[in-house]
Design a protein around this ligand. Structure first.
Ligand code: F6R
Length: 609
C-alpha cells in the first residue's frame, strides 16, 4: 500500500532515496516520485510505471540535494498517472503519503473555498494544501502537521519538507506503519525497515499520533501533547543482504529456496528436547492461562489465513483443542462470540494488515488474550499483542507470500506442542517424537526443492491453460486454497481450491480436458477417498497433476504426472505440498512472461480496508 522514504544528512539524498524505493517497490508500483530540497529550491520528479522509469529520469537530470522524500504508489484515489503520482506540492512544501484519507471530499471542499485549486485526483493533495493553509496562518511545519492530523480521518503515514524549513523532515502516522532511524551521517524514515537496513539496525517505530522530527544529526518524537516522548529503539537483526536477490532472478524464487533455513531459524532455541517441550518465552502466558483458555480463535488474511486453517486441523487433531478460524475483514464486522480468557491468535507476515489489526483490537476489547504470529519485528500487531511468536523469516520482498507461510505453520507446530505439553495431552516422549519430526523438516523441504526441474516441465506443459482446480482434504484443504491463490496472484490464471469431497457438489461441472486438476494425495486415512475424487475428474478427461508420497505407484497409475514428496506424518505434509505448489505457480508465471515479484493490482502490505 505505497511506500514512503525520507533522508536528511551529509550525503547526496538521490541514490539513498532511489535505493530505498527499490526496497519498497513491493508495496506498490503504479508510479513513483521523489522531491529534493537544494539551495532553497524544490525539485519534484515523478513518473508512471515501475521505478526504473523514475530512476532513468533522475539520472538524466542529475538531481542532488541532502534532503529529500520519495514515494512508490499503489493507486487508491485516481488512476496511475504522473499527475496523481507523489510527492504532491502546495506552494513551497511537498509531501508523500501512504494510506487513505476518508474525509478528503469535505476537506477538499473546505480548501477550495479558501482558494486552493487541485491538480490531481488523489486524497493526498488535500493534505498538502491543508499543511500549506496552516503554515500561511503562521504555524511551523511540525505545528501544521499536528493541526492537519486532527482534521484528517482515515489511515495514513505522511512525510513533508518545505523551503522555509530546509533543515528538517517531519512525519506522522495514523494506522499506517512508519519507522525512523539515524546513523551519524544522516536520518532516515520509511514505511518499513527494509530500506533502513543498509544504513542502520537501530530503528524507532512511531505510534499513531506521534510526530517524527528528522534533522541531519538527530531524530526525535513528539507526542500528541506536544511534548518529546521517548520511544524505545528496536534492533533489527536482519542481514542487509537478505533484502537482495542473491543471484536468483527474482525474490520469489529466492524466498521459496530459503524455506529450509526459515524452518531452522523459527525452531532455533525454542524447544527443550529432554522434556519434549516447546519453549516460547515471548508468549507471555502462563501454563495455567493456557490451560484455562476456553476457546482458541485464529484470525488472518490471505495466505496467513490459510496457515491459520492449517492451525485448526493441527490443534484439533494433535492436541484435541477446538479452534475457530476467521478472515480478518469478516471477524471485525460480525458479532464474534469471543469472550474474556479466550485465546485469540492473529497471524500476519507484515504485522500491519488493517483487517487483522482491527480484529485483534476487537478481541482485546472483549477481554481475550491476544497472541500474534508475526514476521516483522516491532510491527504494530506485535507491539499491540499480549504475546508474540516471531517467525524469523527475514524480509519477505516478493508480493506473493511463500516463506512467511512456512514460518507461520512452523510457529503453529511449536505452539501446538507447547499447549499439548502444558495441558498434558502429549507426554514427554510424544513431545520428543514431534520434535524429531519438526527438526527433520528442513531436509524434507530440500527434497521437495530438488523436484524443481520436474515441476518446470509440468509448468511448461500446462502454462497456457486458463483454468486450474486444486483439490485437497483435511489439513491439505487449506493447501489447495493456497496453491490456487499463488497461481492466481502471479500468473493471472483463474484457479480454485476445493475440499476434494466437495467437488461433486458443483465445481465438477467445470471439469473438462482443458482444466488441469492438481490433487494433493498423501497416504493418510483419507487417501482412498482422495483417489476416488481424482478418478472422478479423470473420468471427465481432466489432466491430473498429483502430489503424493515418494514411491506411490498407485498414484502414478491414475495421474498424468506425480510430484513426490518425502513420506511424513500427515499433519506435517502441508509445508511440503505448499513448497511444491509455490514452485509450480512460480514457473507457470515465468513461462507466461510475467513479473512474478510485482503482480498487477497487488500490494504486499494491505494497510487499508
Ligand atoms: C498472498 C499474500 C497475501 C497476504 C495477506 C496478509 O501471497 O501475500 O494474501 O498473505 O495480504 O498479509 P499479512 O500476512 O502481512 O497480514
Amino acid at each position: 500500500m505505497c511506500g514512503i522514504i525520507g533522508y536528511i544528512g551529509k550525503e547526496n539524498a538521490t541514490p539513498i532515496l532511489i535505493d530505498g524505493l527499490k526496497r519498497l517497490e513491493y508495496r506498490g508500483y503504479d508510479s513513483a516520485g521523489i522531491a529534493l530540497l537544494h539551495g532553497g529550491e524544490l525539485a519534484v520528479k515523478r513518473s508512471v510505471g515501475k521505478l526504473i522509469n523514475l530512476e532513468q529520469l533522475v539520472e538524466r537530470e542529475h538531481l542532488d540535494g541532502s534532503l529529500g522524500i520519495g514515494h512508490t504508489r499503489w493507486a487508491t484515489h485516481g488512476k496511475p498517472s504522473e499527475q496523481n503520482a507523489h510527492p504532491h506540492r502546495s506552494g513551497n512544501l511537498v509531501l508523500v503519503h501512504n494510506g487513505i484519507i476518508e474525509n478528503f471530499l469535505s476537506l477538499k471542499h473546505r480548501l477550495e473555498t479558501e482558494g486552493y485549486r487541485f491538480s490531481s485526483e488523489t486524497d493526498t493533495e488535500v493534505i498538502a494544501h491543508l499543511l500549506e493553509s496552516y503554515m500561511k496562518k503562521g504555524l511551523s511545519l511540525r505545528e501544521a502537521l499536528r493541526a492537519a492530523d486532527s482534521d484528517l480521518r482515515g489511515s495514513y503515514a505522511v512525510a513533508a519538507i518545505c523551503v522555509s524549513e530546509p533543515d528538517v523532515i517531519v512525519t506522522t502516522r495514523s494506522g499506517c506503519p512508519l519507522v525512523i532511524g539515524k546513523n551519524g551521517k544522516g536520518s532516515f524514515l520509511a514505511s518499513d525497515v527494509t530500506p533502513l537496513l543498509a544504513h542502520t539496525r537501530n530503528v524507532v517505530f512511531l505510534e499513531d499520533g506521534d510526530i517524527g522530527i528528522l534533522t541531519s544529526s538527530d531524530i526525535s518524537v513528539i507526542g500528541s501533547d506536544a511534548q518529546i516522548v521517548n520511544r524505545a529503539s528496536v534492533t533489527i537483526d536482519w542481514d542487509a543482504d537478505a533484502a537482495e536477490k542473491g543471484g536468483y532472478p527474482d525474490f520469489m524464487l529466492k524466498e521459496i529456496h530459503e524455506q529450509p533455513q526459515v524452518i531452522m531459524d523459527t525452531l532455533r532455541g525454542r524447544f527443550n528436547y529432554e522434556t519434549g517441550e516447546a519453549d516460547l518465552p515471548d508468549l507471555s502466558m502462563t501454563a495455567q492461562e493456557l490451560i484455562e483458555a476456553r476457546r482458541i480463535w485464529i484470525v488472518a488474511c490471505g495466505t496467513s489465513w490459510h496457515s491459520g486453517l492449517v492451525g485448526k486441523y493441527l490443534f484439533e487433531e494433535m492436541i484435541r483443542k477446538p479452534v475457530q478460524v476467521d478472515i480478518g475483514s469478516e471477524f471485525r464486522y460480525r458479532e464474534p462470540m469471543i469472550q474474556k480468557d479466550d485465546l485469540f491468535i492473529a497471524i500476519s507476515q507484515s504485522g500491519e494488515t488493517a483487517d487483522t489489526l482491527a480484529a485483534a483490537r476487537e478481541a482485546k476489547k472483549r477481554g481475550a488474550r491476544v497472541l500474534s504470529i508475526v514476521n516483522v519485528v516491532g510491527s504494530t500487531l506485535a507491539r499491540e499483542s499480549d504475546g508474540v511468536i516471531y517467525t524469523r523469516c527475514g524480509p519477505e520482498i516478493s508480493v506473493a507470500s511463500t516463506k512467511a507461510f512456512t514460518g507461520q505453520v512452523m510457529a503453529l507446530y511449536l505452539l501446538a506442542l507447547h499447549v499439548g505439553r502444558v495441558r498434558e495431552v502429549l507426554s514427554a516422549e510424544e513431545g520428543r517424537w514431534w520434535l524429531d519430526q519438526y527438526t527433520a523438516l528442513p531436509g524434507r523441504v530440500e527434497a521437495v526443492l530438488k523436484q524443481e526441474a520436474d515441476i518446470v516441465r509440468i509448468a511448461e506443459q500446462y502454462y497456457s491453460k486458463n483454468n486450474f482446480l486444486y483439490l485437497g482434504r483435511g489439513i491439505n484443504y487449506p493447501i489447495a486454497l493456497e496453491g490456487a491463490l499463488k497461481l492466481k496472484e502471479i500468473s493471472y490464471i483463474h484457479a480454485e481450491g476445493y475440499a476434494a469431497g466437495e467437488m461433486k457438489h458443483g465445481p465438477i461441472a467445470l471439469v473438462d480436458e482443458d482444466m488441469p486438476v492438481v490433487v494433493l494425495a498423501p497416504r493418510d486415512r483419507l487417501y482412498e477417498k482422495t483417489v476416488n475424487n481424482l478418478m472422478e475428474v479423470r473420468a471427465r478427461s481432466a489432466p491430473v497433476i498429483a502430489f503424493g508420497f515418494e514411491g506411490d505407484q498407485e498414484l502414478s497409475r491414475v495421474s498424468e504426472v506425480v510430484v513426490p514428496i518425502p513420506e511424513v506424518h500427515p499433519l506435517l505434509t502441508p509445508i511440503l505440498f505448499a513448497v511444491g505448489l509455490q514452485l509450480l505457480a512460480y514457473h507457470i508465471a515465468v513461462f507466461r512472461g510475467l513479473d512474478v515479484d510485482r503482480p498487477r493490482n497487488l500490494a504486499k502490505s494491505v494497510t487499508v480496508e
